[in-house]
Write a protein that binds this ligand. Structure first.
Ligand code: ATP
Ligand code: MG
Length: 566
């Protein structure tokens, strides 16, 4: 049952695309059918920008009881590969969506060819043998009409013969194109006799060598939507000026019949752009090919697989996309907002464990040598149903180097001679001093524990300001920890005049090889969500083995320590 206010709230939270869909539904368009598609070109891995399109395309279909199909927009064999197809499917599933059917634009090559032949026969398309430079030079400007190609009025028979040669291999790549004969004076540049077919001499990953003439995006996309029965073809804003051409080719295809009925409608929303990274597949591919990152799933990459390997949850990515919303204006989205969404989500999911990334030894001088206690650690204070695990405590512990300071300022509430701290899940200890090497570096820290102060005992009530994490030296595991920072050192690399390679952050990866983690982590597997207490969220890397544990930092915690103690 929905109350009035709930209804109002729900209406208010509709984005503009949903509003348009609801209007279409109300008007009974397409017989109440909703069908969308997600149309990636399999020429790279999906990035978080694609996730925004996925949430829209699949989300709208889900919300209105429709279907969203996956269409691989494989009309350019030069850059496409089945490796990418498999990765695309995996990423969509990981984000939590399911497609109805899988279609390929290449499935329509014959239909598109037949349509192009029909246009030629109707005098609506011609073969142009000029170079691409010549064609571009004749395009004119938005305020100046273009110039007709000298081939514009060549006989239909000749056009048909040459079009066949474009596909048979008799015509060389680049020697000719098929153009739609539209309007060289149109204020919409896309109508100035757009190229609709070009020759590509490369084997296609699905159709092999059957075709050498390949349709251009504008001649394939709308028609594919129509062939499949798409009702709402949702895409990004750069396609706004293409929309009239999209509609035009569908009108032609339908030969004037049922123009308002059962036809796809293109709707555009703003792209996702993130600070300190790039979304262009061309640039991401260059980073991978040139070894500037360690692959498409490098945890610094803005790819879905990169975020997955880094420990992001699919829910956190969806939450972020919800937060930024869908508008009609392009913007640059703040990476800090994505990180906030991840923190908020992982706070609910992550298992709390202890890890020491920069270890120094803490010796509890009054704790019996050889004694070991099993302490209880809560797995997730946000969800007590997740239970507890045990962590061993003994006389010699690892703590973080910066949790001790010999001459500390007043507000330093960690270990400094004379000061008391709580060791998480264990005892209160009082710092008694340290040992230094010849260079004056601290090599060991000493303390005494209060046996009555174990967590849960009456003596544990005493107020101490700092709580430190620790690991028992004899009961922990060595590990490698990889810390990541922003991939680029400038906020908007795409707007920078310098080559994007020059803008990479040289400190985007820091590898710590001398870390320790709880033994309990041996029971975890890659992609499990973890929180290293007081440090941040982490996950085990896919390359980790029992002998060589590796953890990736997902995102830091807010600096609660300094906040609490100010
Ligand atoms: P590139 O130009 O870098 O190759 P693309 O936009 O051509 O990327 P496609 O594989 O064609 O990549 O994209 C598939 C779908 O994802 C399209 O509908 C496209 O509009 C959408 N998309 C791509 N990038 C973004 C983005 N940054 N934000 C939102 N949607 C995006
Ligand atoms: Mg594209």
């Amino acid at each position: 049952m929905t109350t009035n206010t709930e209804e109002v709230l729900e209406k208010k939270s509709l984005n503009f695309v949903e509003e348009m869909i609801e209007k279409d539904l109300k008007e009974g368009k397409n017989g109440g059918r909703i069908q969308t598609r997600f149309p990636p070109e399999p020429n790279g891995y999906l990035h978080i920008g694609h996730a925004k399109a996925i949430c829209m395309d699949f989300g709208a279909a889900q919300k209105y009881g429709g279907v969203c199909n996956l269409r691989l927009d494989d009309t350019n064999p030069v850059k496409e590969d089945t490796e990418y197809v498999e990765a695309i499917k995996e990423d969509i599933k990981w984000l939590g969506f399911e497609w109805g059917n899988i279609y390929h634009a290449s499935d329509y090559f014959q239909q598109l060819w037949d349509f192009a032949v029909r246009l030629i026969k109707e005098g609506k398309a011609y073969i142009d043998e000029q170079t691409s430079e010549e064609i571009a030079a004749q395009k004119g400007t938005p305020t100046q009409p273009g110039t007709d190609s000298p081939y514009r009025n060549r006989p239909i028979e000749e056009n048909l013969e040459l079009f066949n040669k474009m596909n048979s291999g008799e015509a060389e790549e680049g020697s000719m194109v098929l153009r739609a004969k539209l309007d060289m004076a149109s204020p919409n540049m896309h109508f100035r006799d757009p190229i609709i077919y070009r020759i590509i001499n490369k084997e296609h990953h699905r159709t092999g060598n059957k075709w050498k003439a390949y349709p251009m995006y504008d001649f394939a996309h709308g028609q594919s939507d129509y062939f499949e029965g798409v009702t709402h073809s949702i895409c990004t804003l750069e396609f706004v000026p293409h929309r009239p051409l999209y509609d035009h080719f569908i009108d032609e295809l339908k030969e004037g019949k049922d123009l308002d009925d059962n036809r796809p409608r293109q709707i555009e929303f703003n792209r996702l752009n993130l600070t300190y990274t790039v979304m262009s597949k061309r640039k991401l591919l260059a980073l991978v090919k040139e070894g500037l990152v360690q692959g498409w799933d490098d945890p610094r990459m803005p790819t879905i697989c990169g975020y997955r390997r880094r420990g992001y949850s699919p829910e956190s990515i969806r939450k972020f996309i919800d937060m930024i919303g869908y508008t009609k204006f392009d913007a640059l989205n703040d990476m800090a907002m994505l990180e906030a969404a991840v923190r908020e989500d992982l706070n609910l999911r992550a298992t709390r464990v202890s890890a020491v990334l920069d270890p120094i030894k803490l010796i509890i001088t009054n704790y019996p040598e050889g004694q070991v206690e099993e302490m209880e650690a809560v797995n997730n204070p946000e969800n007590l149903d997740e239970g507890t695990h045990t962590i061993e405590f003994s006389r010699e512990l690892w703590i973080e180097r910066d949790d001790f300071m010999e001459d500390a300022p007043k507000k330093y509430f960690r270990l400094t001679p004379g000061n008391e701290v709580r060791l998480k899940n264990a005892y209160i200890v009082k710092c008694t001093g340290c040992k230094k090497d010849e260079q004056g570096n601290v090599v060991e820290v000493y303390c005494e524990y209060d046996p009555e102060s174990k967590s849960g005992m009456p003596g544990a009530d005493r107020k101490v300001k700092g709580t430190l994490h620790w690991l028992s030296c004899g009961h922990c595991l060595p590990a490698e920890v990889r810390l990541y920072d922003r991939l680029f050192s400038v906020e908007n690399p795409s707007a920078d005049e310098r080559d994007f390679r020059e803008l990479l952050n040289p400190d985007s990866l820091k590898i710590l090889t001398n870390c320790y983690v709880e033994k309990y982590l041996a029971t975890k597997k890659p992609l499990d969500y973890l929180q290293f207490q007081r440090i941040g969220y982490f996950t085990m890397d896919k390359d980790a083995t029992a002998e060589h544990l590796i953890f990736n930092k997902t995102v830091g915690l807010k600096d609660t320590w300094s906040k609490k103690n100010k």
